[in-house]
Design a binder for this molecule. Structure first.
Ligand code: CU
Length: 286
């Protein structure tokens, strides 16, 4: 019986490590999402066999001893105790190492590398795309300082390039959340937080506010559109397809109902993509 137990523990552990180090199977939309999903799968590969093993032992015990009228007290079993102590230590070691590897990754957790210890827009490397994301009740403003473009309609970024999003708030605490890209960062007034990522292809993703911030919280939505470099440059050149000269002042801007799919700059696009909720502002970029 003892050898059977030990063998099952060892087999389960070997299977865990084999599965945990297997190749990733799902195509990720960003490096950040890739790291997080892989960790999630690894932990699942750990947890599921352990859960199954425990359940099997439990059911076996119930079946085997359900009509035992004279149960004998548990005897000390040093070998078994040593086995499960080492097995548990190995599992925890793996979970800790795998988690640390992801949590410490700069595309997952940004750490200020500057002497002043916080983030300041303008400090992104030259080859990275920098966007300032300003949140307010209940809208977003996206500033592209290098191109002098400001828009409140959607966040447009180029594919396969490192992106630095400097997140801040004009009023209360918000949280910028793009689940499909694995991005989430709280936004605080009077300071910048950094989201660093790199997408792996083009696509369109929903941006949510993930911090209850008032009555319009549920409507605080926007779109992240990842486009090819060429399309991105054309979009910037047009001043952003939906750019507004007074983007930061338009507090009543409706949450983006943007459903543009072709990404072609349309100048004053309010006429074309005004949805039931979008209140046309006075003439786009004038
Ligand atoms: Cu909110």
């Amino acid at each position: 019986m003892r050898s059977v137990r030990r063998a099952s523990v060892v087999t389960a552990l070997l299977a865990l490590f084999a599965l945990a180090t297997g190749p990733s199977v799902v195509a990720a939309s960003s490096v950040t999402e890739q790291l997080i999903s892989r960790l999630n799968r690894q932990l699942l590969y750990m947890a599921v066999p352990i859960a199954v093993l425990v359940e099997v032992i439990l059911l076996y015990t119930v079946w085997r001893f359900h009509d035992n009228d004279e149960p004998s007290p548990t005897r000390e079993n040093r070998q078994l105790e040593i086995t499960w102590t080492i097995a548990t230590a190995l599992v925890l070691l793996f979970v800790g190492t795998a988690s640390f590897h992801v949590l410490a990754h700069p595309m997952v957790t940004s750490t200020p590398e500057t002497a002043h210890g916080d983030y300041q827009p303008g400090e992104a490397p030259d080859d990275a795309v920098e966007v300032q994301v300003t949140t307010e009740q209940w809208a977003y403003t996206f500033d592209y300082p290098d191109a002098n473009v400001t828009t409140s309609e959607e966040l447009v970024i180029p594919a396969n390039r490192t992106v630095y999003l400097y997140v801040t708030s004009e009023d209360v605490i918000h949280s910028v959340h793009v689940p499909e890209l694995g991005l989430k960062q709280d936004a605080f007034p009077d300071q910048y937080q950094l989201i660093r990522t790199q997408t792996t292809g083009t696509g369109e993703y929903r941006m949510y506010c993930a911090e209850l911030c008032g009555t319009g919280h549920a409507e605080m939505l926007s779109t992240v559109r990842v486009v090819e470099q060429q399309e991105y440059e054309a979009w910037l050149e047009q001043g952003g397809s939906n750019a507004t000269a007074n983007g930061t002042a338009s507090g009543d801007t409706a949450p983006s109902g943007s459903n543009s799919t072709d990404g072609t700059p349309t100048g004053d696009s309010n006429a074309t993509n005004a949805t039931a909720t979008a209140e046309p502002t006075a003439g786009g970029d004038a």
